[in-house]
Design a protein around this ligand. Structure first.
Ligand code: N01
Length: 540
């Protein structure tokens, strides 16, 4: 059937969710299976997976340990699934999400290949109309974004990219069939978490790898390896306790941050503790001392220790120095973990170019030309990150109740209440939106907390006969001040090139976007707000 405007008539739902990654799948399960809502998920990919559907670059694996990077709501899922390695590689995470989606029979309510390009709110009817790229429309009382924080790729606008005769790829939109690097000269731009994972693998597979580095980065060994049968049994016996622990910590990982200052221990103890943390590897290195991210002097000590490690690993002292971060402290940007990253620069087939010293001038038909010379290349890999947190929301073309684009509303930076709602966008919930812990937490923990809170809120509305929920400018401003306060209580805003601040995307307003007050603290706050009759939200 076709409507008068030539389009198919809108399909009507209680809730439309955008995205079928960790967030969208869980939101579908809770809203459909626990609340009995009629729900549709719109997913631009052709499968479930979200981040892991797109990020298939060489070396892509999760930096959270596999057993912590899972849903926690179902003991049955825990019993039936087991991870093969300490850090899961991207295909294994997709298998996990497919396993969950099949187990809960979620796919029948997901529309794949559906890219949302517009969303408008009918103020009188209290309903959203959501439009996809193909012109299909969906209406729903609740519109829920589950688009992830790092799903809009940032491809820098280098002059001449169109003229390049080789192939180029962004790591966040990697070809599903893979890329054959055999015999190729590869240029990689970017040394964030992604670049640090990719470079060692590309170096092994290619004829030559040239890494174009703008800001050197710290990295701690991941120490990946197969998961032993004993550890798998330990997990089966202790999953409940592990999940409970994750919910009590600052970052949603199942370990506490030490209560000891690095400034209060003897040089021998400091060395012993840092060396043990280095040997254990993982993001836990951040937690070796209490004040890594709160005290400049402490951060300096730990950063110096890590700088020294780079010089120990990299044989050529000049290259080691080029790789050594001097402009920011450890973990003030998202700290990467790696498998043989610094070791890669000891290989004969790897070149490191410092593009602060010799900036990229243009991309030529043959490769990349810096101020110093041209580097001939067959393939360019952009490991240049994402338009984080706000980019994925802007891409949806969401308009406020009075028709303003979210992009314009947030021209000076995002402003939300709890990262869950935006004033003038009633009945819109943003899972892991800016202003919530999101990327500062182990993502599944942040996701489940938001989805559970939204589910309870909608249940409350249904029980009390309310049609509409919204927040106010005043609440968003107060919360925005709290987001600023929490960030400024840490050293996080000090890394001037950090994507947490939007600094990686030219023209993006600088505002520290995630809530740095800690995952457990934030969850308690949200619980209290709900208990107080959803303080700061208005129902009608
Ligand atoms: O992106 P990034 P990423 N010219 O923004 C450089 C998550 N993640 O994809 O630092 C030249 O960190 C840029 O340089 P600079 C994780 O949260 C998770 O690596 O801005 N260079 C930087 O070196 C992570 O933090 C996992 O000066 C340019 C790099 O490109 C987040 O994703 C695994 C440039 C971008 O680094 C993003 O990481 C991997 C330009 N114009 C990633 N523009 C998991 O474990 C940018 N760069 C789940």
């Amino acid at each position: 059937m076709t409507a008068a405007n030539g389009r198919s008539p809108s399909k009507t739902y209680d809730a439309v969710i955008v995205g079928a990654g960790f967030s969208g799948l869980y939101a579908l399960h809770r809203l459909r299976d626990d609340l009995g809502l009629k729900v549709r998920v719109l997913e631009m990919g052709e499968e479930v997976g979200g981040t892991w559907y797109w990020n298939r670059y060489p070396g892509a694996r999760c930096d959270s340990e596999s057993y912590t990077y899972t849903y926690s709501f179902s003991p049955e899922l825990d019993r039936e699934w087991s991870w093969s390695e300490r850090y899961p590689e991207h295909p294994e995470i997709r298998r996990y999400l497919n396993f969950v989606a099949d187990k809960l029979d979620l796919k029948r309510d997901i529309e794949f290949g559906a890219r949302v390009t517009g969303a408008t709110f009918d103020d009188a009817a209290n309903r959203w109309t959501i439009t996809t790229e193909t012109g299909e429309t969906f209406t729903a009382q609740f519109f829920i974004t589950a688009v992830g924080c790092l799903s809009t790729t940032n491809v820098p606008k280098f002059k001449g990219l169109d003229s390049f005769r080789g192939r180029w790829y962004h790591t966040g939109a990697w070809p599903h069939e893979g890329v054959d690097f055999t015999g190729k000269r590869v240029g990689q731009i970017g040394t964030g978490s992604t670049g640090i994972q990719a470079a060692p693998v590309i170096a092994e597979q290619s004829k030559h790898l040239t890494v174009f580095q703008r800001t050197p980065n710290y990295s701690v060994p991941a120490r990946n390896g197969p998961m032993s049968e004993e550890f798998k049994q330990h997990l089966r016996d202790n999953y409940t306790a592990i999940h409970d622990k994750k919910r009590t910590t600052t970052n949603g990982h199942p370990f506490d941050i030490s209560s000891t200052s690095v400034l209060d221990v003897s040089p021998e103890d400091r060395e012993r503790i840092l060396e043990a943390a280095w040997t254990e590897g993982s993001l836990k290195f951040r937690a070796a001392f209490s004040d890594t991210l709160t005290n400049m002097k402490a951060n300096q000590v730990i950063s110096d220790w890590l700088r020294n490690k780079i010089h120990q690993v990299v044989k050529d002292p000049e290259i080691a120095e080029r790789l050594t971060p001097r402009d920011h402290g450890y973990a003030t940007k998202r700290p990467p973990i790696d498998t043989d990253y610094f070791e890669t620069y000891n290989r004969d087939n790897v070149t490191l170019v410092d593009i602060r010293k010799e900036p990229i001038v243009e991309i030529t038909p043959n490769g990349i030309r810096t101020e110093a010379r041209e580097y001939p290349l067959d393939i360019i890999v952009f490991a240049t990150g994402f338009d984080a947190l706000t980019g994925p929301l802007f891409a949806l073309g969401i308009e406020s109740r009075d028709g303003k684009a979210l992009r314009d509303v947030w021209a000076a930076g995002p402003q939300t209440y709890l990262g869950l709602q935006v004033p003038d966008f009633p009945n819109l919930f943003t899972i892991t939106g800016p202003g919530s812990p999101s990327v500062l937490a182990n993502m599944p923990v942040a996701i489940e907390q938001h989805v559970d809170w939204i589910t309870d809120c909608i249940r409350h509305m249904r029980d009390s006969g309310k049609q509409r929920i919204e927040t106010t400018e005043a609440e968003a401003e107060t919360w925005g001040n709290e987001v600023d306060r929490a960030a400024n209580a840490t050293l996080l805003p000090m890394a001037s090139s950090s994507w947490y601040l939007g600094a990686n995307v030219p023209g993006k307003p600088r505002r520290f976007m995630p809530y740095a007050g800690g995952m457990a603290h934030y969850a308690k706050l949200c619980e209290g707000i709900a208990r107080d009759g959803y303080r700061g939200f208005q129902f009608s």
